[in-house]
Design a protein around this ligand. Structure first.
Ligand SMILES: Nc1ncnc2c1ncn2[C@@H]1O[C@H](COP(=O)(O)OP(=O)(O)OP(=O)(O)O)[C@@H](O)[C@H]1O
Length: 252
């Protein structure tokens, strides 16, 4: 359902941040991308929905070449790709319910979006998803009154209300404590397994990637240096992925 070929991205002419990226995801897979800080994980994720413009290469999602789409056509494809952010990206003065409904903007005309006109079905869907994530009782609370873990569940609900085929999660647990992290990862795994939504998640924690993923991709300096099953992630592979950063960690 997603096929990336020969993807390059450089922010300046000198050094590419991503080089020769090749990867494929199947429908319903749970795949993690791991790698040291600056390896290009966020850039890769954001190239997929063109929040960042790739420099070269092909990204075929759901049989559509994403890189050559016009702005209007891209909007339609983006609606099928949900995104979850490390810092949630919620409007803190609005309620949980309002934030979740923002996930429907991709399906609306600009005017209906500005006026926040949503159908009864859309409102029902938002409440059902909040219920699934254990957040229905908070629906009419302002988002600035929530804990980090609760905010992230709202972020996931906003992505799910898009009824996406693919969920891109950019370090969704990097700002959370271990208990909240587990709740979020369990929800993402369940969404993948029960709804058949493909989940691609950037993670800093190797143990979490091993526990939850069907497959792991290791990035170092913008290149894929590992791709395999969690059980294939040997100490050598971890060394390849983390390189000198791993040595720094051991010294500490
Ligand atoms: N807008 C930008 N302009 C210039 N360089 C950028 C920009 N965004 C990212 N970079 C650079 O691209 C490289 C990859 O950054 P990216 O955020 O994709 O890595 P990452 O693996 O997600 O890192 P982290 O785990 O710290 O978030 C870094 O060297 C970063 O400084």
């Amino acid at each position: 359902m997603l096929k990336i070929k020969d993807l390059y991205k450089s922010y300046n002419i000198k050094t590419p941040v991503l080089s020769m990226i090749e990867m494929e995801l199947k429908q319903g897979e749970f795949v993690s991308i791991i790698g040291p800080s600056g390896a290009g994980k966020s850039t890769l994720l954001r190239c997929i929905n063109r929040m960042i413009e790739p420099s070269e290469g092909s990204i075929v999602f759901d049989e559509t070449e994403i890189t050559s789409l016009s702005k209007k056509a891209l909007r339609g494809e983006r609606a099928k790709i949900g995104m979850v952010f490390q810092h949630y990206n919620l409007v803190s003065r609005l309620t949980v319910f309002e934030n979740v409904l923002h996930g429907r903007f991709g399906y609306k005309s600009t005017l209906k979006g500005i006026l926040s006109i949503f159908t009864e079905e859309e409102k029902q869907l938002a409440l059902e998803i909040l219920d699934k994530l254990g957040m229905k009782e908070f629906a009419y609370k302002r988002c600035d009154q929530l804990s980090g873990g609760q905010k992230q569940r709202v972020g996931i609900a906003r992505a799910l209300v898009q009824q996406p085929k693919l969920l891109l999660c950019d370090e969704p647990i990097a700002s959370l404590d271990p208990n909240s992290s587990k709740v979020i990862m369990d929800h993402l795994k369940e969404i993948c397994e029960t709804m058949g939504i493909t989940v691609l998640v950037n993670l800093h924690q190797v143990d979490v990637a091993v526990k939850y993923s069907d497959r792991i991709i290791g990035l170092n300096k913008g290149r894929v240096v590992f791709e395999g099953l969690p059980k294939e992630l040997s100490n050598y592979a971890i060394q390849d992925i983390y390189g000198s950063e791993l040595e720094d960690l051991i010294v500490e």
